[in-house]
Structure formats: C-alpha cells, structure tokens
Design a protein around this ligand. Structure first.
Ligand code: GDP
Length: 327
C-alpha cells in the first residue's frame, strides 16, 4: 500500500489543487482501515472551511439514457467557459457486477483529458449508504481543491438517486423519449425530485418523439405540488451529440441558484442536508457496530433460522439481538 502523507501534506496538496494528492486523499477517504479513517477525518476537518463554494449538480437516468455522453458535453461546455468541473459517480450496480461500469475508461474520454476536469468513479463493491457518505466527503475535498461545479452521477434504478438528491443543489433527471415510464423503471417519486427533466437524444429521427415527450412530461409535472422554494421543474430536450440544449440546461442551473439564493432556500437546503448526513452517519455507524459485535454475530445465525422457519417473530428476534448488544 502507498505510504500515507501527513494531515498537512494532504491539506496543502488539496488546497493547491494538486491532482495526485487529491486522488490520494480520496483513496484515503474510501479506505476501510481504522487508522486511515482517523487520518481522513482530520484532513476533512481541516479542509471544511474551504469547501461549499461549488454548485452541486446530481444527474441520474437509466442505463443507456445517455448520461456519460451528456456529462461529457455538459462538462466540456463548462470547461470551455473556464470552469473547473469534477465528476463523481455513485454506482450501485458495481456491487453485483464486481466492477464499476461507471469506471469504464472509455466513458467521457474527452472530458477525462481536459485539464479543467476531474473524473472519479465510486469504489466498486461498497455498500450504498457508505458510498454515499464518502461521495459527500469527496465532494467537499473537490470543492476545497477549487472545483466550481461538482457533478454527481448515478444510475437511476434504485435507492441511489435519493442519496444523490440529498447532497446536491440541483437535480437533473435524464429521460428517453418514447420508452415509457415503466420501461425506464422510473417511479413518480424520482420525477418529483427533479429540478429539471431533460429528454435526451433529441436529434435526427428522434427529434419529433423527443418534442412530444417534452410536452407530455410538461403536462405530467404540472400536477405535482410546487417546490417549497418557489422553483417549478422544467422539461427540456437536448442532444449531447449535437451539443443542443446543453447551454440552456446550464442556464436553468444558474436561474435556480439565483432564485434559491435570493429567497434563502439554497442555504436552508444545504443545512437540512447536513442534518440528514449526521443522521445517516449515526445510523450507519450504529449498524456497523451492531453487526460487528461478537455476541450479536454468534446469536444472529440461529435467530435468522428461527425467523425463516416462523419459530419467532422478527420483532422479537430483533429485540433479543438488541438486548445482547446493549448489555
Ligand atoms: P449511459 O449508460 O446513460 O451513460 O449512456 P451513454 O452515454 O453511454 O449512451 C448510451 C448510447 O446512447 C450510446 O450509444 C450513445 O452514443 C448514445 N447517445 C448518447 N447521447 C446521445 C445523443 O445525444 N444523441 C444520440 N443520437 N445518441 C446518443
């Protein structure tokens, strides 16, 4: 394993925008070793005052919707304006496939070579709640390293978009035209979370279908309750291949930020997200402690059998394990 730096070594490297040290700091955050966890939290503590200045954007959509192609076009648009862009990925499917699909090197090739951009896939095989917390920490470190825009990408197939919604300022849902909501595996809840829905691949033969889908989704979201912040979700069409709609989507991100900064919801949202983060951390740490308890582990197997065979109520089994843990 690579030698660790001192806290100061990491902090100075991050603050000076040193990519190599930034990557090493993220590896440190992702480490499961307890001494690394202590070092990581010291680094985080030190960079905290320098974080928070970026705009945080979550992007989700089913596999094949065009996320990586969109992020590449969107990212290039931003870097062409001199903005520094970090792309972080939360990949819940990596657990099953044992390899991060978002980590595929061929994805976002142009952006990956852009000196103003930084791309980091999530570690493979990690538990989703844990990945989400580490993505939050990685985001703070990227902010301290001077990135202006942080994009958090996730595959919209499960729980991960809720996690992402809980850590960004602006949530963009990418959708295909004509595929049907069921086919896209999307629940109404995900659409309700979106600040903007963009219909992808609005080019050549697909353009009329994309325009139609836009009208349909506009009608659908009119029925949603308005956001507390006063923002109402927009539906756009875009083509990453033709670079169409990209600037317009960025314009919405800026409009959203202006509105929410003016009425105080921008800050309020981040405060609520921090409280949620604290609660998640408590739950996660408690969970880890509980399952690592030797006596809990010893009793768990038999109780699981009893629950499966119907010998004991699940609630009673849980209570017994909790009593063992608390003792
Ligand atoms: P992801 O799985 O959501 O990351 O999707 P990808 O970005 O890998 O794109 C899936 C497929 O859609 C690829 O074959 C892309 O070339 C294609 N694609 C992505 N964006 C566009 C677009 O704007 N127009 C068209 N026509 N095809 C696109």
């Amino acid at each position: 394993m690579q030698k660790r730096l001192s806290v100061q070594g990491y902090v100075e490297g991050i603050l000076s925008g040193n990519r190599v040290i930034l990557s090493r700091a993220i590896t440190l955050i992702e480490s499961q070793l307890s001494q690394d966890k202590i070092l990581a939290s010291q680094v985080l503590e030190s960079i905290l005052p320098f974080s928070g200045k970026a705009i945080r954007i979550g992007i989700t959509g089913v596999p094949g919707v065009g996320k990586s192609t969109f992020i590449e076009a969107f990212g290039k648009f931003l870097t062409s304006q001199g903005k520094k862009v970090a792309v972080l990925a939360i990949d819940p499917s990596s657990q099953k496939s044992k390899g991060s699909i978002l980590g595929d090197k061929t994805r976002m090739e142009q952006l990956a070579h852009d000196p103003l951009a930084y791309i980091r896939p999530s570690p493979a095989g990690a538990f989703l709640g844990g990945v989400a917390n580490r993505t939050r920490e990685t985001m703070l470190i990227c902010e301290a390293a001077g990135f202006d825009v942080i994009i958090i990408e996730t595959v919209g197939v499960g729980q991960s978009e809720t996690f992402v919604r809980g850590m960004v300022d602006f949530f963009l849902l990418l959708m295909l035209a004509g595929a049907g909501d069921e086919l896209q595996g999307l629940k109404k809840g995900i659409m309700e979370m979106a600040d903007t829905i963009a219909i992808t691949k609005a080019d050549s033969d697909n353009l009329p279908k994309a325009k139609l889908a836009r009208a349909e989704y506009e009608n659908a979201i009119h029925l949603f309750p308005p956001e507390e912040s006063g923002w109402y979700a927009r539906v756009m069409t875009c083509s990453a291949l033709e670079n169409a709609g990209i600037a317009e989507i960025w314009d919405l991100v800026e409009q959203h930020k202006q509105l929410l900064q003016k009425n105080g919801f921008f800050e309020k949202n981040r405060q609520n997200q921090n409280l949620e983060w604290m609660q998640n951390s408590i739950q996660q740490t408690l969970g880890e402690h509980f399952y690592n308890h030797p006596k809990v582990q010893e009793r768990l197997k038999n109780l699981q059998k009893d629950v499966i065979s119907g010998k004991i109520l699940p609630h009673h089994a849980a209570f017994e394990l909790l009593s063992i843990y608390i003792k």
